[in-house]
Design a protein around this ligand. Sequence first.
Ligand code: UGA
Length: 428
Amino acid sequence: MDICVIGAGYVGLATAVGFASIGNRVFLVGRSKDKTERINSGDPTIYEPGMGEGLRSTVAKKYIIATTELKQAISDSEASFICVGTPSGKDGSIDLSDMKRASQDIGLVLKGIKKYHVVVVKSTVVPETTEKVVIPALEKFSGKKAGKDFGICMTPEFLREGLAMEDFKNPDRIVIGEFDKRSGDVIERLYSGFKAKKLRTGLKTAEMIKYASNSLLATKISFSNEIGNICKILGIDTHEVMKGVGLDYRLGPHFLDSGCGFGGSCFPKDVSAIISKAEDIGYEPVLLKQVMDINSKQKTRLVEMLRKKTGSMKGKKIAVLGLAFKPDTDDIREAPAIDVIRELKKEDAEITGYDPKAIENMKSVFPDIRYAQSARQAISGADACLVLTEWDEFKRLTDADFDSMNTRVILTGRRVLDGIRGVEGICW
Ligand code: UGA
């Protein structure tokens, strides 16, 4: 099928490369010429395992054509996926400005084309957005009627950063929220090659499935962190506990790893947005607020542990290993490292950060700390080391590497240094 993907950010790129790699022709619409040119030359502009290779092979076959020309891209395709950013506003509510702009622009294009076209919302949007924001804008600017002159669907994405290409090929479910059957049929045809279970449902139900999924995953993590904090005081290994808990088939073993809290562009933003939406409609989401509260405290727990161990941190050399919010990405959005470094700076510590991929991004937040070229270099001569991301490179560090520290204070926010002498974990 010929499709158009609007938004060349993370979700847009992953969606474009995913659909193109299974034989669809994708027009990927970005706002800047510079970016579309880079994409057309095979440069994905972000780090994601497998994305560079996927992009280069599909660009070579002309299965992906990045462009800034929305009109041509929509006219040449059967369906358009809106993949623009939906960031958090200052109060945690969702910022729909890009979504509104995209809906308006698509509406104006629909006005001038005769054939039936399905608009698909793929960005994460709070329930009712497609019905109350996207459809009215499309109808207003096209002068046409949803369900009659054009189709509309909402298909949430469940890709994980670092595993997006794999997740695209092997999803565990495909949710198609549809305005009407005809719209849903077009999108189900696009997904017909996937073995995953398909759920066809309403628009706002599809929107809510995404929030409920991310909120439950975030809840599992905050729950595990709370249990982990209790285990720590009692001298119990929380990972052993969660291994036992996860053997219950009703609970499952996933997302029970305690640590220094969840980060990324999804959980913090999505849980905040659904809290804000609930409050808007007069409901107090007590549990979800606690999930966020536990998480924000968890992020700087390692600094408190360090303070207890070392007293004043003024002038102390602290190595911070792991700046990305998780391994296999260069994404630092809401990464625990940001909160940790901010706290350490308040105490006038001498900070050296290291990450296999995320240093350049972190330099834009903290241009004034030191950055090392390897984990070994970062810990050499350090008074303390904090580990915040479970990169494979850190798992390969040996006792001898840590012998180069000035004082052997090693605190881990992720379970990566088992077996290293003197390591103390956040919850273990
Ligand atoms: C998450 C969801 O897992 C995806 O299904 C969803 O599509 C995506 O958000 C999204 O909404 O776009 P992602 O943020 O890429 O994906 O990463 P996760 O692997 O879910 O990890 C999120 C955070 O939770 C990381 O900081 C990670 O370290 C933390 N985490 C994860 C834990 O602290 N403990 C765990 O057991 C699992």
